[in-house]
Design a protein around this ligand. Sequence first.
Ligand SMILES: Nc1ncnc2c1ncn2[C@@H]1O[C@H](COP(=O)(O)OP(=O)(O)OP(=O)(O)O)[C@@H](O)[C@H]1O
Length: 680
Amino acid sequence: METSENCSVKVALHIRPLIADERQQGCRECVSVTPAKPQVQIGSHFFTFDHVYGNGGSPLADMFEECIAPLVDGLFQGYNATVLAYGQTGSGKTYTMGTGYSDNCQTQAGLIPKVMNALFSKVETLKHQTEFQLHVSYIEILKEEVRDLLDSVSNSKLESANGNSGKATVPGRTPIQIRETSSGVITLAGSTEVAVSTLQEMSTCLEQGSLSRATGSTNMNNQSSRSHAIFTITLEQMRKLHSISPDNDSSDEDMGEEYLSAKLHLVDLAGSERAKRTGSDGVRLKEGIHINKGLLALGNVISALGDEKKRKEGMHVPYRDSKLTRLLQDSLGGNSKTVMIACISSADINAEESLNTLKYANRARNIQNKPIANRDLISNEMQQMRQQLKYLQAELCARGGTPADEVRVLKERIAWLEATNEGLSHELHEYRSRCAFVDNCEIDEPDGHIYLERHFQSSVSSDHPMIESISGTQKLLFMFSISLLLSGDDSGESDEAVKELEHALLQNTMDKEMNELNKRLEQKESEMKRIGIDTEALKEHFGKKIMELEEEKRKVQQERDRLLHEVENLSANIDGLAQKSQDVRGQKLKALEAQVQLQQKMKQEAEQFRQWKASREKELLQLKKEGRRNEYERHKLEALNQRQKKVLHRKTEEATIATKRLKELLEARKSSPRENSGRT
Ligand SMILES: Nc1ncnc2c1ncn2[C@@H]1O[C@H](COP(=O)(O)OP(=O)(O)OP(=O)(O)O)[C@@H](O)[C@H]1O
């Protein structure tokens, strides 16, 4: 695949005009568009988007050409694309996308039908050079479940089961699973991919699927979409590649094939809604809750991706929070060119929801996608080579001259070099054959004339080193001999001249050698002389040096002895110090030991004291206890004493009374005999 380039999500705003219901309610428009600018104002808030359509902005009819057609073109270059319609319920998403399309109401054709038209007209123009294959799939996410809108079996079953289209999952049928390939591409396992080859076939798929989509009536929309729907067109192409000749821009050479594949997701989201306003309950309410949940997850993904700081910090993007965000993973922050169509109603009754949508869409503008052309590996390599070729051509242009000129010059130069090379090879060949011929001649002519001729021809120039070495008359003779030889004179004179020449050469060489030897001898003699003169001085010099060295040695020895002595002293000192420190350490140790013993003693004494104190306390307690007992006994005895005293007192009183009575009785008895005696 190609290297990616960053491209932000484009946002187009569609402002729906007031509908009949709203007019009846007396609603007013609350959104205004800044003239000639893609800017809107709602209350005190201003928002700028890539495009604004409706309500004073560009006409909605321009939306396809301005926003979507480039995506369709991109499909043919292998770029994935996504068109995403977002907005509150009843804001015009289905109207804009054209998912509610039917052949009978072409007037309201939304974006999808236009995409299909553009796609097939382009296929038609390119079909001669490219092989195309088109597939469509159509799914919806209803209550967090992915459903296949093109599965005729499930849909017919549904229809017969419900008497209605697409409202529940088919029992026994495996629900569509969302999978992620190793390269991070999101796929749907088990969804139907219908191969289509005509516009009619694709329209039928859209119409059939849209009929199967879950819709329902709410207070805010008669035909409200109750699910998020994704209509996906897959375009595969196999292109023939041709090289472009630099001379004329026509293609001339077949360069193999290129495979490209791209997907276009056309997403019609369910609208955000408030149960109070839609008046939904039961099933509708549950649907609404799921719809809002999915949209909230989408909002969180948009927030995470749209915040540059968070993005740079590599913050987690919660794609896995819902099926919707998982399916749109590539469309938001991934490999896709994405256009979001934010739909709002201009009615003041919807102002709050519209403001929310504008904020949501504004954040989406910050999302950076990384679209890449989906080529197979070989095609990709080819593409890179083609790009390299382009660069090289551009470089040639930059250096001056058109690439065609440059190429022509280079071609001419190559041709000239080839011709020169050929000439030189030819010459070489000739020389080789001549050499072979001369060698043969040498063998055939033992008198050596040809041999000499060959050698002297090459050395006939007077600045040849051999000739240079011959001086004066010899040189003249030599040159003369050669000229004789070369003149082809075959007489006895030439033989003599040759001999003379050889002799002269030999003599010359010997003279030279002799001279050389004499020179060297002279050199040696002068050297010997110089050495002989200097011997005494040298002896003296080295004697001095030896003395100096001896002196130095002596000094060094003295120094060494001194240092050794110092070291000994030091070691003795160290020993003394060590002894001292050992003594000090011993004393300290003793002191410490004494301290420790004292501490131990104190501890023991403290322990003994504690024990003694404990026993005394115990004794005290016992004594107290005994004292208390004694006290108790004393009280008891006192009480007894009191009681006994009382008894004694009572007894004493009784005794006194008895004594008194006895006394009385005795007195009475005493008096009675006297009376008796008196009577008697
Ligand atoms: N540009 C427009 N011009 C005229 N009418 C429009 C326009 N846009 C939308 N409408 C009308 O507004 C109504 C609601 O539109 P639509 O069903 O497309 O909304 P929606 O956003 O898809 O709602 P939901 O989320 O509930 O499915 C429809 O009657 C539609 O015809």
